[in-house]
Design a protein around this ligand. Sequence first.
Ligand code: URA
Length: 243
Amino acid sequence: MSKKMRLDKLLANVGYGTRTDVKKIIRSGSVKVDEVVSKDPSQQVDPVEQRITVRGESLLYREFVYFMLNKPDGVVSATEDRRDSTVVDLLSEEDRAWDVFPVGRLDKDTEGLLLLTNDGKLTHSLLAPKKHIPKTYYAKIEGRVTIEDAEVFAKGVVLEDGYETMPAKLTILHTELISEIELTIYEGKYHQVKRMFEAVGKKVLYLKRLSMGNLELDPQLSLGQYRELTQEELDSLQSSQKE
Ligand code: URA
């Protein structure tokens, strides 16, 4: 299935520069649609059905993009917000042209792995509650996290609203006045990790997502940085949600 889109948007999407840059390229007469020069940036084109060339070079069109972001503290997992900056604001202008959205949410103060894509089908299946896609978090917790906490989490813990979570795997990395842990959960209720620790009388001081399904946060990405998924990562993510 293909769909029509503006010529300037298409060129920006595939990397010919910002919308302003590509408008100049189009107006200069370097772009042809089905062998006819187009000087109209707003022309509706079908990138699959039509042959589009820039200075004689054919466009290689892709419908979907997949970005891995290391989300920093202080930005919201949304595409627009009246008050706060959003994860989409962290993208370059060219990459924003893909109209991506975050796959699920991390709290404003949570850091780490967030997938951004315009592939609604993959998003939907990664978020489907019955798929139980594992998500692993690293956290700093106020107080000593104990083996008993791990046992409670392994059975499922009852949150303050009466909801009983699915069994979760708690690994204690370091336990002291401030403990460090990793927690894998198989669902994604609102503030789930924070609420699970509240249920055992503890407070999450810092939270970072390390992985989602088979996809792991690239340690080379600093906070606020992002990159496209490799083909291997994408294949592995797609197969993890089919299982
Ligand atoms: N659990 C939380 O409490 N917050 C998040 O951002 C993600 C999981």
